[in-house]
Design a protein around this ligand. Structure first.
Ligand SMILES: Nc1ncnc2c1ncn2[C@@H]1O[C@H](COP(=O)(O)OP(=O)(O)OP(=O)(O)O)[C@@H](O)[C@H]1O
Ligand SMILES: [Mg+2]
Length: 230
């Protein structure tokens, strides 16, 4: 399955009855299989934008189209979240009472039979270099290993778009670089489109393109040419 094309057009999002403008007017296009880094100061709107693209929240205005689906008005957002898009966060959000292979199976619950879930979870852990740690519980894994489990879990249902919010933010720079290598490999081998929030210049430099968001506005020269006329 190929990566998703993403079109964000003139999106606005405010909080607290309009007192806080998190996104003022954001337009952004991602090609299939593009790896784009999203940077910018704290509070600039990075997580808000990711959450809207991932249908965790809805925009006040504008349009978000992912793989041909109008995300903001989608009838079945749960299905979109289960099948098209996946998240990786700064803190891996693994369930500590489940081992690695059980954690990776979570998104597949109710979607695939048990034997297939297990086989696939083991296979994914092998792909992220944890073939020998499949029965470990999160507290017995290093930070980088936990993030690998989180990435394997995110890949469980073969998402066409991966949204990663500071996936290397809690890691030392060497481990962070390894996680980025892994994400690049995911992109190269699966064609997954990846939008990655980072404040680390070394991480951003590994992306195909860097876009910056500040005060709810994109401010990179690369994207301004792609923005829809407002
Ligand atoms: N649920 C919410 N309710 C109220 N305000 C919010 C909410 N979510 C975000 N905001 C506000 O919207 C603005 C953008 O926040 P956002 O989390 O998108 O920033 P960010 O770029 O991800 O910052 P950071 O780098 O610190 O994670 C901030 O002013 C924030 O306080
Ligand atoms: Mg954030």
């Amino acid at each position: 399955m190929s990566g998703a094309q993403v079109d964000v057009r003139n999106v606005r999002k405010s909080f607290e009855h309009g007192r806080i403008s998190a996104l003022v007017d954001v337009s952004l296009h991602l090609d299939e299989g593009e790896l784009v880094a999203l940077t910018g100061p704290s509070g600039g709107g990075k997580s808000t934008l990711l959450n809207l693209i991932g249908a965790l929240d809805r925009p006040d205005a504008g349009e978000i189209v992912v793989a041909g689906l109008d995300v903001a008005t989608l009838d079945d957002q749960a299905r979109y979240r289960a099948e098209t898009v996946a998240f990786v966060f700064q803190f891996h959000n693994l369930i500590t009472t489940l081992n690695a292979v059980e954690n990776v199976q979570i998104p597949m619950l109710g979607m695939r039979p048990r034997a297939e879930r297990e086989r696939r979870a083991n296979e994914l852990l092998g792909e992220v270099g944890l073939g020998d740690r499949t029965r470990n519980y999160p507290p017995t894994l290093s930070g980088g290993e936990r993030q690998r489990v989180a990435i394997a879990r995110a890949l469980a249902n073969e998402p066409r778009l991966l949204l990663a919010d500071e996936p290397t933010g809690a890691l030392d720079s060497e481990t962070g670089a390894q996680i980025l290598d892994l994400l690049r490999r995911v992109r190269d081998e699966r064609g997954t489109t990846i939008l990655l929030v980072t404040n680390d210049d070394a991480v951003a430099a590994q992306a195909d393109r860097v876009v910056q968001i500040r005060d709810g506005l994109l401010s990179s020269s690369e994207t301004s040419a792609l923005q829809a006329p407002s």
